[in-house]
Design a protein around this ligand. Sequence first.
Ligand code: PMP
Length: 433
Amino acid sequence: METWIARDRDLVWHPYSAIGADLPIFPVVGAEGVRLRLADGRELIDGMASWWCAIHGYNHPEMNRALHEQIEDFSHVMFGGLTHRPAVALATRLAALTPDGLETVFFADSGSVSVEVAMKMALQYQHARGEPSRRRFLAPRNGYHGDTFGAMSVCDPVNGMHTLFTGMLAEQIFVDAPAAGFDRPFDARELEPMRRQLEARGHEIAAVILEPIVQGAGGMRFYPPDYLRGARKLCDEFGALLICDEIATGFGRSGKLFACEHAGISPDILCLGKALTGGYITLAATLTTREVSETISSGNPGLFMHGPTFMANPLACSAGLASIDILLNSPWQQRVGDIEAGLRAGLAPARDLPGVADVRVLGAIGVIELEEPVELATIQPRFVDAGVWVRPFGRLVYVMPPFVISPEDLATLTAAMVRVVNAACPRVTNGAY
Ligand code: PMP
């Protein structure tokens, strides 16, 4: 085993990693329910749901069955000129479940690609409408939409390290993110920066793109539904489309099936991914309205210019169908509500710890924000030693566990977070460290 771990360091890239980096890496040999099993036999309670995806936990019998059945039929066929039942059934399901008006579906291979597709759709729509000068996107700061070039261009310019890619990234228009706080009172003046940009540069703006209610990897910030409602109105007033990126929030994570529902709005274009397949296999979807689809289809060239090799992969679509069935047949609202209560109670003690800037919870998402960035090399093994899988980034120690986590496991997870954060943030208190 030592040998292949050494080879991993030497030749395999990991997310946001360096080759040869001396950071701890943990080999997984099994995963079941909410537990990850490491090669040395240790079991970890999973706090990450593999980055928002594994909402039903791992090795789920119904998910496994759906994929086995599809493999027995066929695993993949090209989607150009061919179609299959899993794709049509999943598209039908998504159109019915998502906010009103989203009626057509483009299956992409990852979240980032679904964002590229959404951006292209907005550009082709504006072009077909006779407004080809609308070629830019307006985005709130602190957003995150993926790692491909179009998606990167609308990520927070600082977190997204735009300077590194200067000259390659399209220049977009940014406005300050709404102040944090889901439940806080909202002041309509908070939308003024967006209005001013739309007034001044509306003729250049194809769409506003944002993550509804929860800004994920750009800061794990929650903001009030009124901001989203206001953004929807401004888009209508100034002829820009609204693209909502629900890749992280979709399928119940924020307490609603889709975070847009907190504000009762429908976007013109919606991106889904991650939990779409219950964490089994990569798939994303870009949904849009009939108006947008028909305008693109009737414009010049009258085709939407995107078509990945693995578009609508049948295994992935079958996983999507099974995952949605499992979710909707489960008491997911109750579970997410219970997780929310468990996170609030379990993380509350972190508020009083030195070095903690904020503790916040929404739905099945819990965040401890620190004053200083964590040192991954030291904190990661501490979580593993505490029997939990938590993967912090920057100043954020956060979890979004599978919805099937038990109250006991959740209590263990939150207690470990508080303990490890406490140990990781030594400060001078009463003269002692
Ligand atoms: N948008 C959001 C809101 C995300 O959280 C992510 C993934 N972290 C993406 C887009 C990109 O998805 P993927 O990693 O599947 O390309």
